[in-house]
Design a protein around this ligand. Structure first.
Ligand code: URA
Length: 262
C-alpha cells in the first residue's frame, strides 16, 4: 500500500495534508525519514511513525449516522449543508454515504470507505430490507395495503415495485394526531388539512429507487409529510443516537450486515 494512502486511512487527515506531512519529513518508515508519498509499504510489518509516534492503520471505517432533515446526502453542495458537515472529529478521506436519503428524510444513513460493502448493500438482488417510518396525509385500506405489499406502479415506464411490507400504526384525523407528528409546521401547509385523514406506519422495501417510499404511498393516495429510515437489514438506528450524531458500527454489527450479504 502507498504510504500516503496508509496514513490517510489511519485517521491522520486528508490525503493531501498527509502528503504535505510526508514531504516535510514528519514521517518515518522503520526509523528512516521518508519524503515520497508514493512509497510502497507493508502495513503488516513496517513501522510507520508520525512525529515519532507509531501510527496504527485504521483501515475500513463504518459509521451509523442519524441524519436530520434539511441536509443533502452528498459530499458537497453549493447551497445546502450536507451530511458530511457533521463529521468533524474523524478522517473522512475516501468515506462516502451508502445510498441516499432525501433532504427532508431523517434517520439511518451508513457511511463507509468500503466500496464493496456499499455496492453489495445497495445491490437490489441482495434483497436487503430497509424500513421507513412515515406519517402521511390520507388513509390506507386493505386494498391499498395489498397493492403496496404485492407491487405497484410508481412511475411511467417503471416496472412494478418488488414485494414490500406495510404496517399501519395510527390512522385517524389530522386534528387528533397533529401533536404526535414530528414536523409540527405542517399546519402551515394548508389549514384544510385539519379535517383530513392521516396515517402513520412502517414501510419495508428491498429496493432503493428515487423517492421510492413517497412514490409508493402517493400511488395509493397518501402524501408523505414525515419520513425516517429506522433500519437497514438487521441494523436498527439506535434511539440513543441524537439527530446529527454518529458512531462507529461495532464488529458484531459489521459482521452481521456482511452475513446478510452472503
Ligand atoms: N424513499 C423516499 O421516498 N425518500 C427517501 O429519502 C428514502 C426512501
Amino acid at each position: 500500500m502507498r504510504l500516503d494512502k496508509f496514513l490517510a486511512q489511519s485517521s491522520l487527515g486528508r490525503r493531501k495534508n498527509v502528503r504535505t506531512y510526508i514531504k516535510e519529513g514528519r514521517v518515518k518508515v522503520n526509523k528512516e525519514v521518508i519524503t515520497k508519498p508514493a512509497m510502497e509499504i507493508k502495513e503488516s510489518s513496517d513501522v510507520i511513525e508520525y512525529l515519532d509516534k507509531v501510527v496504527r492503520y485504521t483501515g475500513k471505517v463504518y459509521y451509523m449516522f442519524n441524519k436530520p432533515a434539511g441536509y443533502i446526502t452528498a459530499r458537497k453542495d453549493t447551497v445546502n449543508k450536507t451530511v458530511f458537515d457533521f463529521f468533524h472529529d474523524v478522517n473522512m478521506e475516501g468515506v462516502f454515504h451508502v445510498g441516499r436519503l432525501d433532504k427532508d428524510t431523517e434517520g439511518l444513513l451508513l457511511m463507509t470507505n468500503d466500496g464493496e460493502f456499499e455496492h453489495q448493500l445497495m445491490y437490489p438482488e441482495k434483497h436487503i430490507e430497509k424500513t421507513y417510518f412515515f406519517w402521511a396525509l390520507g388513509f390506507l385500506d386493505e386494498e391499498d395495503m395489498k397493492q403496496l405489499e404485492q407491487g405497484i406502479y410508481i412511475g411511467k415506464g417503471e416496472i412494478l415495485t418488488k414485494p414490500a411490507k406495510i404496517e399501519v400504526q395510527k390512522s385517524g384525523m389530522y386534528k387528533e394526531f397533529k401533536h404526535e407528528m414530528p414536523n409540527k409546521d405542517l399546519q402551515n401547509i394548508d389549514s384544510d388539512h385539519y379535517n383530513q385523514p392521516v396515517v402513520s406506519g412502517y414501510l419495508t422495501i428491498k429496493e432503493g429507487r428515487k423517492h421510492q417510499v413517497k412514490r409508493m404511498l402517493k400511488s395509493v393516495g397518501c402524501y408523505v409529510v414525515y419520513l425516517k429510515r429506522v433500519s437497514i437489514g438487521g441494523l436498527m438506528l439506535h434511539e440513543s443516537l441524537g439527530k446529527g450524531q454518529y458512531r462507529s458500527l461495532t464488529d458484531v454489527e459489521i459482521q452481521s450486515l456482511f452475513g446478510e450479504l452472503r
